[in-house]
Design a protein around this ligand. Structure first.
Ligand SMILES: [Zn+2]
Ligand SMILES: [Zn+2]
Length: 134
């Protein structure tokens, strides 16, 4: 009575399948790697942008301190919560109190309410200062 069935055929085909699987996995891996590389390039660019923005902010905080004597931490325009810009309609503008806004936002607000929306100190249109060199 033979207790050893012949598995040579099925075993061979199993190995070939495994090998194909392996190739497929390698391809998949290479694809994932390329994806990650692309992503890291994007992240590096983003990081650079954030660093640049932060440098602008630090510079701006210094300028505001010089201009108004107030220490402030710049985040976004207090009125619309968007980031101020270096130029254009939403270029950064500061009031005597040290609060910062986009130019078009604060000009409109001050014209109507004649005060700072952050601390409610009196403010006029001519109290809106620009900061150059950003
Ligand atoms: Zn704004
Ligand atoms: Zn204020």
């Amino acid at each position: 009575m033979s207790a050893r069935p012949n598995y040579a055929g099925p075993r061979r085909s199993h190995t070939t399948e495994k090998f194909k699987d392996h190739e497929f996995l390698l391809e998949k891996l290479a694809y994932q790697k390329a994806k990650i590389e692309k992503l890291s390039v994007k992240l590096t660019k983003l990081k650079k942008k954030v660093i640049q923005q932060n440098l602008h902010r630090i510079q701006l905080e210094k300028e505001i301190k010089k201009l108004t004597g107030n220490s402030v931490l710049i985040r976004n325009c207090l009125l619309c919560d968007k980031t101020w810009k270096a130029s254009g309609q939403h270029r950064v503008a500061v009031l005597k109190c040290g609060h910062t806004f986009g130019n078009n936002c604060i000009k409109k607000f001050v014209a109507v309410y004649q005060m700072c929306p952050g601390c409610e100190k009196p403010a006029k249109t001519e109290d809106v200062h620009y900061i150059n060199g950003l």
